[in-house]
Design a binder for this molecule. Structure first.
Ligand code: FPP
Ligand code: MG
Ligand code: MG
Length: 331
C-alpha cells in the first residue's frame, strides 16, 4: 500500500536517484581534463554539503511526470539534466564568489580563498563546458535550447544586480525579473527539460516550467529573508551580506514604503558609514520581512496548485512538500 502523505519525505524519495549523482559529476569533471589543477577546483563545492535542491526537484518532477504517463522510472537523459542543473549552479557559484569576493560558503573557505581568482573563473567555465558536452549528447534540440537559456538568464540576472532603478515601482519589477533570472530560471528550465524528455504535451511542459518558476521565486525570496534573520552559523555564510554588497532585496524594498529614508541609502548602495546597520534596523522595524514571506508563500501556493493537476503519486506529493519546505527552511 502507499504511505500516508505525512510520511513522505522528498529527500528520502530522491535519495536513491541522487546517491551516485555527485560521484558521477565528479567523474565527469575529473575525466574531461588533463589539466590536473582544474580537478580539485571544479569539484570543490561538489562535496555533498550543498542542499542539492535543483537535482532533487528535477528528479522528483521527472518521476512525477513519468508516473503521470504510466511509467515508473527515471530516464538516463532526465538524470543527466539533474546532473547538469547542479553543474550549472556550481559553475555560477565559482563565478559568483569571485564577483562577490566572498570568503566563506557552506561553512568552509570559499573557493576563491583557496585558489586565485583567475583559476576559479576558468574552473567555472570548465564546469560549464563539461555540462554543455553532456547536454549536447542528449541530442534533443528542445532540451538544448531550454537548458541553454539558463546561462543567458544567470548572466543577465547578475548584470541587473549591478544597477539600481530610480523609482520604487521600477525597482520592484527590476528585482522580480532579476530574481527570476538569477534563481528561478535554473529550476524552471530544468523541471521543464525533464518534462520535454517525458514527451508530454505542451500544456504539461508549461505546468512543469511554472512549478519550477514559482518554487524558484519562493526559494530566492526566502534566501533574501534569511539574510536578515538567520545566524551566520546556520547559513554557513555571513548575514546582511546583501546590504554589504549594496543590494536592496525584497525586505528592504518593502520596508521603503514605511521608511522612505531608505530610498537614498538604496541609491547609494548602502555605501556611507552606518548605512548597512541603519537599513538592517529599519527592515526589522518595518513589516518588510513578513511581506517578503507572504510573497514567497503566494508563489509556494501557486506551485502547489499546479502539481495538484498531476496524477496522484508519492512524487507528486513530494513536489508539493518541497514547495512547503522551501518556505520553512532555516538555511
Ligand atoms: C549566488 O547568488 C549566485 C547566483 C545565483 C548566480 C551567479 C551567476 C553568475 C555569476 C553568472 C555567470 C554564471 C555562469 C554559469 C557562467 P548570491 O551571491 O546572491 O548568493 P550567495 O550568498 O550564495 O553568494
Ligand atoms: Mg555571492
Ligand atoms: Mg552574488
Amino acid at each position: 500500500g502507499s504511505l500516508p502523505d505525512y510520511q513522505i519525505d522528498p529527500y528520502r524519495l530522491a535519495e536513491d536517484d541522487l546517491k551516485d549523482m555527485f560521484d558521477d559529476i565528479r567523474l565527469e569533471l575529473i575525466n574531461n581534463t588533463t589539466q590536473e589543477e582544474l580537478q580539485p577546483i571544479s569539484t570543490y563545492y561538489l562535496d555533498g554539503q550543498g542542499k542539492a535542491i535543483r537535482p532533487i526537484l528535477a528528479v522528483l518532477m521527472a518521476r512525477a511526470i513519468n508516473y503521470h504517463k504510466g511509467r515508473n522510472d527515471l530516464s538516463h537523459a532526465q538524470r543527466q539534466v539533474a546532473m547538469i542543473s547542479e553543474m550549472i549552479h556550481t559553475s555560477s557559484l565559482l563565478h559568483d564568489d569571485v564577483i562577490d569576493q566572498s570568503d566563506i560558503r557552506r561553512g568552509k573557505p570559499s573557493v576563491n580563498v583557496v585558489w586565485s581568482q583567475k583559476k576559479v573563473a576558468m574552473a567555472g567555465d570548465y564546469i560549464l563546458a563539461v555540462a554543455c558536452r553532456m547536454l549536447s549528447k542528449l541530442q534533443n534540440d528542445d532540451v538544448t535550447v531550454t537548458v541553454s537559456q539558463i546561462v543567458t538568464d544567470l548572466v543577465q540576472g547578475e548584470f541587473m544586480q549591478l544597477g539600481s532603478k530610480e523609482t520604487e515601482n521600477e525597482r520592484f519589477a527590476h528585482y522580480l525579473t532579476k530574481t527570476y533570472r538569477k534563481t528561478a530560471s535554473l529550476i524552471a528550465n530544468c523541471t521543464k527539460a525533464v518534462a520535454i524528455l517525458a514527451e508530454v504535451d505542451d500544456h504539461m511542459v508549461e505546468m512543469a516550467f511554472q512549478y519550477g518558476r514559482n518554487v524558484g521565486l519562493a526559494f530566492q525570496l526566502v534566501d533574501d529573508l534569511l539574510d536578515f534573520v538567520a545566524s551566520s552559523e546556520a547559513l554557513g555564510k555571513p548575514t546582511a551580506a546583501d546590504l554589504k554588497l549594496g543590494l536592496a532585496t525584497a525586505p528592504v524594498l518593502f520596508a521603503c514604503e514605511r521608511y522612505p529614508e531608505l530610498n537614498v541609502m538604496i541609491m547609494r548602495r548602502f555605501q556611507e558609514h552606518g548605512d548597512v546597520e541603519k537599513a538592517f534596523e529599519l527592515v526589522h522595524k518595518s513589516n518588510g520581512l513578513e511581506q517578503t514571506r507572504f510573497l514567497a508563500k503566494k508563489h509556494c501556493a501557486e506551485a502547489n496548485k499546479i502539481v495538484q493537476s498531476f496524477a496522484k503519486s508519492p512524487y507528486q506529493k513530494a513536489l508539493s512538500i518541497m514547495a512547503d519546505l522551501v518556505i520553512n527552511r532555516m538555511k
